[in-house]
Design a protein around this ligand. Structure first.
Ligand code: NDP
Length: 332
């Protein structure tokens, strides 16, 4: 390991599941040593994703103690002893997906890192990677959206939601965006949503979607909220429609009888991003496309706030309280 790398670092550790009080900001964590096929990155910006709250609360299980976080960007400071390192070397600026990113240093498998294009402003790669790849893979692989399709996007002003709305606009789909406040709906409109529904206020969301679609329903629903909208989703789909349920911000969808899909020959998916980018070629393809889209100005990446690492609890409180629009970042 390079001599300039210290032995201890700042980071956020959890030893048990719970509320934001279990997030421990520490200054004495050991700096990891990269193993075969790994690189050691000195993180500069760390992406916050809703999934981090699930690993904190216990909705998703993971071994403890654990440094939270799934995404960051920074500079490589050391490489592991051999293995497939994809030509990465110390000094390279990379963005990556992987565990334990709420820290000054992360050791990560090289296969889940990508060089940051030189034209990208600091923080933009970490602000885009996980949410942008999620949206891009969902509209290609979960349901391949076609021009003219009616698509319902819930939480349209959220991190993934803003990506979805902009990418759908580029495809030429007709997007119905939902959100909980007028300001969020305006943001969805600015991003290209043609129709807007305040799903906190609207008593008849199903009727509204039917009205918009001339009684037919939508070709697909992209639902990151989970429990609260699931029944509505089944109702608003057209014959042979696709329900992509990909998150739990309102809670997990309860057990479900598949025979209910028969009434309209509905396809139901519960995908996760990592399944779409597990193969290195797919990772390269989608990540390169994502950065091309940003560099040519086809999408606008909205950063909600950059929080100091020590204020991680405030960031978790903010994202869970529905007060955020776009990406939350931590800065080391
Ligand atoms: P967001 O920025 O979208 O934040 C969550 C948003 O969800 C809120 O702003 C809120 O918008 C909406 N929401 C609806 N109901 C609730 C509720 N009861 N409590 C809190 N928020 C609620 O977060 P992300 O973009 O990081 O993630 C969005 C979702 O996508 C998450 O569920 C996440 O797990 C999922 N996801 C799944 C992936 C996968 O691979 N399957 C990958 C990435 C994300 P509003 O106020 O408008 O309702």
């Amino acid at each position: 390991m390079a001599t300039s790398v210290p032995t201890t670092m700042k980071g956020v550790l959890i030893e048990k599941n719970g509320g934001v009080e279990v997030l421990q900001y520490r200054t004495d964590l050991p700096v990891p040593t990269p193993k075969e096929g790994e690189i050691l990155v000195k993180n500069e910006f760390i992406g916050i994703n809703y999934i981090d709250t699930y690993f904190r609360s216990g909705l998703y299980q993971s071994p403890k103690p654990e440094i939270l976080g799934r995404e960051a960007e920074g500079v490589i400071v050391a490489t592991g002893p051999g293995g497939e390192l994809y030509n990465f070397k110390s000094g390279d600026r990379v963005v990556f997906l992987g565990p334990s990113t709420y820290a000054e240093y992360t050791a990560i498998v090289a296969s889940k890192a990508h060089l940051i294009p030189s034209g990208l402003a600091p923080g933009l790669a970490a602000a885009s990677l996980l949410q942008g790849l999620t949206a891009l893979t969902l509209i290609r692989e979960a349901y391949h959206v076609q021009k003219g399709d009616f698509i319902l996007v819930h939480a349209a002003a959220g991190g993934v939601g803003q990506w979805l709305v902009q990418l759908l606009k580029a495809v030429g789909a007709r997007t119905i965006g939902t959100a909980s406040t007028p300001a969020k709906l305006q943001l969805a409109k600015d991003n290209g949503a043609e129709f807007l529904i305040n799903y906190k206020e609207e008593k008849d969301l199903v009727g509204k979607v039917k009205e918009i679609t001339g009684g037919k329903g939508v070709h697909a629903v992209f639902d990151s909220t989970g429990k609260d909208q699931f029944e509505n989703d089944l109702e608003v789909l057209a014959l042979k429609g696709t329900l992509v349920s990909f998150g739990n911000s309102s809670g997990a969808v309860p057990p479900f009888t598949i025979a209910r899909l028969a009434a309209k020959n509905i396809k139901l998916l519960r995908p996760q991003l990592f399944g779409y980018i597990a193969v290195r070629e797919d990772w390269e393809k989608y990540t390169s496309e994502l950065f091309d889209l940003i560099l040519k100005g086809a999408v606008n990446v909205k950063i909600h706030e950059i929080y100091p690492l020590a204020e991680v609890a405030r960031a978790h409180t903010d994202i869970e309280s529905r007060g955020t629009t776009g990406k939350l970042l931590l800065k080391t």
